[in-house]
Design a protein around this ligand. Structure first.
Ligand SMILES: [Fe+2]
Ligand SMILES: [Fe+2]
Length: 223
């Protein structure tokens, strides 16, 4: 992953540097953007100018800088909520596995760092669902917060509790308990994601056919 340090650049220069790097990068290139403020303007420009050609995900929020993943896509983004959301599941799964790997080798500092990226990814994913996708889904189905999204929200709360526990164990320096809670996390996360991918996201692709892109644009702006 290439680091693009924009922390000292003016907003105008940030944009110029980012566009230049993005345009000259090979497809598949990943950048870690570092900014001293939330990169909202950069995201807006990317959405307006390069829509469908990039992936975007926060890696941390402001401690000490904002770090964001920007990937230049090889294939253009599909008009599919299923693909977009399932890709984000896979991205979070990979972050989880990296933190587990550090934990199992006993490297506390690295585990903390990697867990932070996983935590940021998971909380943002839950927010994209709860503040965006589930709301639109309920409007279409008429469930009004009941039905499948109700169950998913409850599971999010359970997963949030477990994330908090895992973070607490890391704060105590207790990798053994962290890894043991991680085993539960892996099982619950897999079950939860499978339900969403098999049921909700599949239904959504049928309901939002031709409108998925607009919804994805909204979801990307949710923190
Ligand atoms: Fe979910
Ligand atoms: Fe999800």
């Amino acid at each position: 992953m290439k680091t693009l340090d924009l922390t000292a650049a003016s907003p105008q220069d940030q944009l110029q540097t980012l566009e230049q790097a993005f345009l000259t990068a090979a497809p598949g290139t990943e950048f870690q953007l570092q900014t001293s403020n939330p990169p909202d303007e950069l995201l807006s420009t990317m959405i307006e100018t390069y829509w469908g050609q990039f992936d975007w995900a926060p890696l941390n929020s402001g401690k000490p800088h904002w770090k964001t993943l920007l990937r230049k896509r090889g294939e253009p983004l599909a008009d599919s909520l299923h693909e977009f959301m399932a890709d984000d599941h896979a991205r979070c799964d990979a972050l989880f596995a990296q933190a587990e790997e550090s934990g199992s080798t006993g490297n506390l500092a690295e585990t903390k760092q990697r867990f932070q990226s996983f935590l940021t990814g998971m909380l943002r994913h839950f927010n994209m669902e709860e503040k965006g996708f589930f709301i639109e889904f309920d409007k279409r189905t008429g469930y009004r917060g009941g039905g499948p999204t109700y169950v998913m929200r409850e599971e999010h709360d359970q997963l949030r509790g477990l994330l908090e526990q895992m973070g607490g164990f890391l704060d105590e320096g207790n990798l053994e308990r962290y890894l043991s809670a991680g085993e539960t996390m892996l099982i619950l996360m897999e079950q939860h994601n499978m339900k969403e991918e098999h049921v909700l996201y599949t239904m959504a692709d049928q309901m939002f056919q031709g409108e998925c892109m607009e919804l994805i644009k909204k979801l990307l702006r949710i923190k």
